[in-house]
Design a protein. Sequence first.
Length: 118
Amino acid sequence: MTNERTGMIRYKLRRKITYALYNHKRRGHKINITIDEAEKLYNSSTVCPICGVEFSDKKRSTTKSFDRKHNKGMLSNRNVWVICYKCNATKQDRTMKEFVNYCRGVVNKFGADHDVSG
Ligand SMILES: [Zn+2]
């Protein structure tokens, strides 16, 4: 990759992070993470911690997205993780406890004993 191309990728990522932080701030959330910290977290994440999918930009569902672990907490290095787009879209504003309970509900209804083909 040329320096120009890596520079553009980095520029786009930092712009995306800046926009995400700005949006959270605008909605009244406290921010305690810098763009550098968020960029480092983003770049060091290789696998979705929820579903285990390897991140890839080839499909939207496997792209990286920032998520707050506790939705009421501030945006900080400890409260932010990178999960895949699909998990984020499914989890939405649920806490992990609510999300796990939701998944349990799905398993209870459509789990091992149920035909989920098709
Ligand atoms: Zn995932």
